[in-house]
Each structure stands twice: as structure tokens, then as C-alpha cells.
Design a protein around this ligand. Structure first.
Ligand code: UD1
Length: 369
């Protein structure tokens, strides 16, 4: 049966894909989005927004705006958030305010007008370092890297030996290594703690690194693939923090959208958290090389900074078994195909490369060391 879904932050990268998928199957979509300049470049009409979606321009921290947006709504997808790990380490008040006060105001309004379900975008960053295995086969949940950055980049075991990163399951204890991670953890916990008290169901998706056409190319605090794409399109070398061997899981935004639809629908998802990734991990160096090749610029090799960005974690790769078995989630997009599509889309865009500016912001505060 068709439902009305409110998507906070729905004009953003992930929200636009979720909107389209919901609209295509006949749901009604209301978007509440403040269209922040850093993401939308000051445009009143965000690029790529499905015209069938009803857009309310407003801030999720404004109770009257949220109240109006909740009218007639069956379920909520909560995506409104500031998203940069590096930036969160100095724009602290903004990150805490938008992400956590925003979620608080949303729930404050939901008390009087509960919906069936709230699906919140959490993040793999709440785990901090992913799960590791020592050479003796022991699993380590609380790996930590050197506090002040610098090589060796990999977190050592208690004997100082290197460990092997292994897929992180949902049961791993959170270790909050950045302001961003702290705020995402609060968003997740507010949702899962409050929802049942008011007759609602909460679900949290812990997303890995989403990529795809439409990610804000001129935002130097966005995901690494969009940043690298913007660098390469402008003939500049991508800058890689550390040594480029840090591992992530890059998940195509269409697969992320699929996960949100399942999380909205599946009865057994109530009260649960799910890791959402592609199931294949890669190093940052590898994706920089593959992207340059996909963009027809294999000659542009990345510059290895040899410095770490404050708040970053070393390796984090997901175990997506729970999403597969309970939600029926199945990542479909092949990475090579995803990069080809991304490259085609980037070729039609004007990307402003603001990476040097962003780097100066971090360096001026000693947040790259
Ligand atoms: C990203 C998302 C975060 C999301 C999380 C889920 C962004 C801005 N952050 O965080 O919202 O919750 O995934 O997994 O989209 N790097 C470089 N050079 C650069 C930029 C980054 O080497 O110019 C490196 C970073 O040091 C890091 C890796 O690339 O090791 C990934 O960085 P980033 O794309 O910012 O993602 P996460 O921090 O993993």
C-alpha cells in the first residue's frame, strides 16, 4: 500500500536516490531540507531532485517546520546531517547542533505525532577502528592507532605487532573517534531508544562509504571518491592521507537506496541496526587509481601525503550478513560499472576543486599530522 514518507535531508546525495526509488513504487515523498550552501552551492532548485517529491525548504532544528512537514506522514527517513569527519573536528558546534539537536527536535515533534517507523542513517564511523584479528587468531574490538597520527598507521596489538582487519559485525562495541562519529552515535541511539516509547519502530542503517553520480563534487568535505573525481577533472592529483593502504567499503548509492526501502518495509527490522556496504573492501590508493583510469586520466597518479587527518580511522570493512539474511539486502552494483557511470556523469559536470582550501583549514588547526 502506498505510504507517505518524510525524508529529512532528502535533497542530498543519498536522499535523492531514496526519494526516486520510493516515488517509482508509488509512495508519496515529502522532503525537508535546508539546502546548505556547502552541498548545494546556493542553488534554490537542487540538482537531480525528482519533481514528484514535495520539497519543504527548512531546518530540521525548527520545531514549527518539522511539525508542518510531519503532516500526514506514515514513516520517516532521517538523513539530515553534516557529514564530514575532518570538518567535524573544528566545526564542532555546527555538527553537534545539526545532527543531534536536529534529531532531538524531530523526536520532540514525533511525540505528539508519532509515525509507524523512523529509519535513521547511522555510520560505520561509530565503530571507530573496525574489528581486527591478531596473528594468534584473537579478535580485537578496541584497536586504537597512535593518538597523534604518524606512521606506523596500522593499530598494533598489545605486543606491538600488526593486526589483520576483518569484517566488522554489528555487535562490535562503538569507539567514537571523531565529533562526526559522536553525533551519529547520538542520532542512532536517540532513534532506537525513543521510538518504542511512543509506539514507533526505529531502525538504524550503519552506512559505509556511499558513492555514485550526484555526490557534491565541489564540496571538499564530501566522500573521498567525489573529492578525487573533482581533483582529476581539474587536472590535479588526488591527495591521499596516510599511505593510501587504509581500507574501506565503497557502496553504490543505488544499493544504499535499496537498503533504505527494505529498512522501511521489513517487519523484522524494527529496533535493529544493520551494516550496509558492498561486501568488497578496497584501499584508498586502489580506488584513486581505478577512478583515474575510469575517467580516462591514468596519467594522474595520487600524491601520498604521508600525514593523517584527525578523526580518521585506519581500516573499517563491514560484515553485511545480518542485512543480507534479515532484510534480504543484496548489493548489486559492480564497482567497475559504478566507476564508469560516475566518470560519465562527472564528465558532464563543472567541478570546483576546493581541496586546497579545505586542507588549509585542517592544517591551520593542526588537524593533519
Ligand atoms: C564517510 C562519510 C561519512 C559516512 C562514512 C560512512 C563523507 C564526507 N563522509 O566517512 O559521512 O558516514 O563514510 O562510511 O562522505 N581521504 C584521502 N584524501 C581525501 C579525502 C579522504 O585520502 O582527499 C581518505 C581519508 O583519510 C579516509 C578515506 O579517504 O582514510 C575515506 O575518507 P572519507 O571519504 O572522508 O570517508 P569516511 O571518513 O570513511
Amino acid at each position: 500500500m502506498a505510504e507517505t514518507i518524510l525524508i529529512t535531508g532528502g535533497a542530498g546525495f543519498i536522499g535523492r536516490y531514496v526519494s526516486r526509488a520510493l516515488l517509482d513504487r508509488g509512495d508519496r515523498v515529502i522532503i525537508l531540507d535546508s539546502l546548505i550552501e556547502q552541498v548545494h552551492g546556493g542553488k534554490a532548485e537542487p540538482d537531480g531532485l525528482d519533481p514528484r517529491a514535495e520539497l519543504i525548504v527548512g531546518d530540521v532544528r525548527e520545531d514549527t517546520v518539522v511539525r508542518a512537514a510531519l503532516k500526514g506522514v506514515d514513516k520517516v527517513v532521517h538523513l539530515a546531517a553534516e557529514v564530514g569527519v575532518g570538518q567535524s573536528m573544528y566545526a564542532i558546534d555546527r555538527y553537534v547542533s545539526v545532527n543531534d539537536l536536529g534529531t532531538a527536535v524531530l523526536f520532540q515533534e514525533l511525540i505528539a505525532k508519532p509515525v509507524k517507523r523512523v529509519v535513521v542513517a547511522s555510520s560505520m564511523s561509530i565503530y571507530g577502528e573496525g574489528l581486527y584479528r591478531t596473528t594468534d587468531g584473537e579478535l580485537v574490538e578496541d584497536a586504537i592507532r597512535q593518538p597523534n597520527g604518524g606512521a606506523p598507521w596500522d593499530p598494533p596489538d598489545r605486543q606491538g605487532r600488526p593486526m589483520i582487519p576483518v569484517p566488522t559485525p554489528e555487535w562490535k562495541r562503538p569507539t567514537l573517534a571523531s565529533v562526526y562519529a559522536i553525533t551519529k552515535h547520538v542520532q542512532e541511539r536517540l532513534t532506537l531508544t525513543l521510538a518504542p516509547y511512543y509506539g514507533m519502530e526505529g531502525v538504524a542503517l550503519r552506512l559505509w562509504n556511499a558513492y555514485g553520480p550526484g555526490q557534491a563534487l565541489s564540496n571538499p568535505y564530501t566522500g573521498v571518491l567525489a573529492i578525487f573525481a573533482s581533483r582529476i577533472q581539474n587536472g590535479n592529483r588526488p591527495i591521499i592521507f596516510e599511505d593510501g593502504k587504509q581500507r574501506r567499503d565503497f557502496v553504490h548509492v543505488e544499493d544504499v537506496a535499496q537498503a533504505f526501502l527494505l529498512a522501511l518495509d521489513r517487519p523484522q527490522a524494527a529496533g535493529q541496526v544493520y551494516n550496509i556496504g558492498s561486501g568488497v573492501d578496497r584501499t584508498v590508493q586502489e580506488v584513486a587509481d581505478l577512478l583515474a583510469a575510469a575517467m580516462g586520466r591514468p596519467d594522474i597518479t595520487p600524491e601520498i601525503a604521508g600525514k593523517a587527518r584527525a578523526g580518521d580511522i585506519r581500516h573499517n570493512i563491514p560484515d553485511i550478513t545480518k542485512a543480507r539474511t534479515e532484510l534480504g539486502y543484496e548489493p548489486r552494483k559492480d564497482f567497475a560499472e559504478g566507476l564508469r557511470e560516475l566518470a560519465e556523469w562527472v564528465a558532464q559536470q563543472q567541478a570546483q576543486d576546493r581541496v586546497s582550501e579545505a586542507r588549509r583549514e585542517l592544517e591551520a588547526r593542526g588537524l593533519v599530522a
